[in-house]
Design a protein around this ligand. Sequence first.
Ligand SMILES: [Ca+2]
Ligand SMILES: [Ca+2]
Ligand SMILES: [Ca+2]
Length: 351
Amino acid sequence: MNAGLVSMSNLVDLDQMANYFYNLQSHDYIEYIEPNYIYQSLNLTSDERSNELWGLKNIGQTIQQQSGVAGIDINIEEAWEITQGDEEVIVAVIDSGVDINHPDLKDRIWTNPNEIENGVDSSGNGYVDDIHGWDFYNNNNTVFNAEDGDEHGTHVAGTIAATQNDIGIVGVAPNVKIMPLKFLGPNGGSLSDAIAAIEYASDMGATIANNSWGGGGYSQALKDAIDNSGMLFIAAAGNESVNNDGGGWFAPQPSYPASYDLPNVISVAAVDNRGNLASFSNYGANSVHVAAPGVSILSTLPGNEYGYLNGTSMAAPHVAGVAALLLTNGVTDPLEMKDNILDSVTPLSSL
Ligand SMILES: [Ca+2]
Ligand SMILES: [Ca+2]
Ligand SMILES: [Ca+2]
């Protein structure tokens, strides 16, 4: 006879339990007896607030007053059994600035291997002292400016790659590097700066770019820059609650850059911790490819802070992190990365 499993769901006093086992175990036909332990779900990592990262691991925990549905997450633990990323993998964050001194980000920031701080363009790429990227908004090498805010890019960077340590949060791909490319200031950014940032990312070795920004009309120049970049271009679908496929009176035009019909673009909608499309999220059966966690997302904020933000801007970096794990695992072609991501999604009835 095989070992039996005894349900211990009823509370008993210890003496009673010991006697119960003693009597059973003395039976000739029973090899051993063990209690059917009830295991508690452990925190995702030792990072202090990892249990708040429902997008990575949703066990039904309540986040900002909304209880989740277990399993509505990106299933990160299975991916991490294979890889948590590699520092050779560079994800460009084309956004506002990134607080490169944040304790959860400082070890995750890309460094230009051919540049030194000496007042001249040592690396010969047209940018002077671009040690950790470039600020296209202020046109200098300071990729973080507290006076500009720079919360947005800092938050996005944390979702992609915050360090696994004992503090704060952990990113989707906690071993990869972030290339901070700032083109958004307090009042937005320009088309020409966006294009320059995309070209920089591509030229300097990023294979994946996160683009949690949008607005403006169709631009052939921007479309060409994305097309020619050779990168996987992950773009937030937008937060206007409209159908990016267009056609309706309320959606006179799609949301760009997410809606450029290019093979290397992934457009990302946002879902909440119950698997529902976020009320603000754009959608589109043809023009939006995937949805990812984008409501009540905890991540890094400037000045050693953490906070919750909502938006398709928060969903896109979850996908960028997944792409970075794929790249680490040998999927080097951006179009293959996209196919892998689109082929591995779990259908949701809300979508
Ligand atoms: Ca340079
Ligand atoms: Ca230099
Ligand atoms: Ca951390």
